[in-house]
Design a binder for this molecule. Structure first.
Ligand SMILES: [Zn+2]
Ligand SMILES: [Zn+2]
Ligand SMILES: [Zn+2]
Length: 114
């Protein structure tokens, strides 16, 4: 009987993709089913919780942050960044939040560090 050397090559790996297994596009890693992929995404990557598009994930927090900065209007105050990123859909909403929660003082005070 014919015996093949048991090594996995990159070619072999690329043949797996083909729509049978869901693939994490960030890690290029295959999963057995959508559930596994989903829990991987939630564990290893970041999701935009303010959601205009469902199931939109970002490879890491930095990339999510970039998304926030370009699409949404994140609160830049430390206390809000500390908790899950507080973001708004319009500059007006952000402004209202600033006044309400931070008393608008960030615009008057320039603080370095703490
Ligand atoms: Zn991944
Ligand atoms: Zn978003
Ligand atoms: Zn805030």
């Amino acid at each position: 009987m014919h015996h093949r050397p048991g090594k996995t090559t990159l070619e072999d790996a690329s043949q797996i993709e083909g729509g049978i297994h869901p693939l994490c596009e960030f890690c290029r890693k295959c999963f057995f089913n959508g559930d596994e992929l989903y829990s991987h995404m939630r564990k290893k990557h970041e999701e935009c919780k303010r959601n205009e598009v469902r199931d939109q994930y970002f490879i890491n927090y930095e990339s999510l942050e970039r998304h926030f900065n370009s699409i949404h209007h994140p609160c830049t105050q430390k206390e809000c960044q500390a908790q899950n990123f507080v973001v708004f859909n319009s500059p007006l909403d952000l402004r209202a939040h600033m006044v309400e929660v931070h008393g608008g003082k960030h615009e008057l005070m320039r603080q370095k560090g703490r």
